[in-house]
Design a protein around this ligand. Structure first.
Ligand SMILES: CC(C)(COP(=O)(O)OP(=O)(O)OC[C@H]1O[C@@H](n2cnc3c(N)ncnc32)[C@H](O)[C@@H]1OP(=O)(O)O)[C@@H](O)C(=O)NCCC(=O)NCCS
Length: 144
């Protein structure tokens, strides 16, 4: 899995996102997000994670694995790589939000040491329905 930066992967990431989400981000969305100086990615055509470098901490913006390659540990490897990066670069915490109904993702985060810290009511809007977001964080063992 390789690290990437910049908007040259916007089209490929949007295509993969479309296979993975009910409300995927468009190519333009990806281009804008990837062009932010704080946005970085890890992954390849099978799966990727985008994160924001907040300085002292990191935030996962999105993670997606191609439906043909699921349950093979790809998302776990992406998260572990991000956790290793955090450890090597003194990033104390990794934050994220996940839709309460997204059981695969919630299980993925729990299995990888994330802790639930709160709920944002009616955070997601999908086809006229609203869903709460669960807020999770992962913290380095030696971080306050
Ligand atoms: C969530 C997602 C990224 C997981 O990717 P993956 O590569 O299949 O995940 P892994 O193989 O690393 O699975 C790790 C663990 O997550 C949990 N998990 C993954 N898929 C699951 C599912 N369908 N049902 C229940 N638990 C699941 C399991 O605990 C799994 O461990 P196990 O296989 O030993 O039981 C993938 O399903 C996906 O792209 N979903 C659509 C996009 C999405 O919802 N992204 C998250 C937004 S916050």
């Amino acid at each position: 899995m390789s690290q990437f930066k910049g908007s040259s992967y916007a089209s490929a990431l949007a295509t993969l996102h479309t296979l993975c989400f009910v409300d995927p981000w468009s190519e333009d969305n990806f281009r804008n997000i990837l062009n932010l100086p704080t946005t970085f990615g890890i992954g390849d055509e099978k799966g990727f994670i985008l994160y924001s470098d907040l300085g002292d901490d990191l935030e996962i913006l999105t993670i997606a694995v191609h439906p043909d390659y699921r349950r093979k540990g790809i998302a776990t490897n992406l998260i572990k790589e991000l956790q290793n990066f955090a450890q090597k670069n003194q990033k104390g915490k990794i934050f994220l939000e996940v839709n309460v109904k997204n059981t695969p993702a919630v299980q993925l985060y729990l299995k990888n040491g994330f802790i639930q810290s709160g709920i944002r009511k009616n955070y997601y809007h999908e086809k006229g329905q609203t869903f709460d977001a669960l807020c999770f964080y992962w913290q380095q063992k030696n971080s306050a």
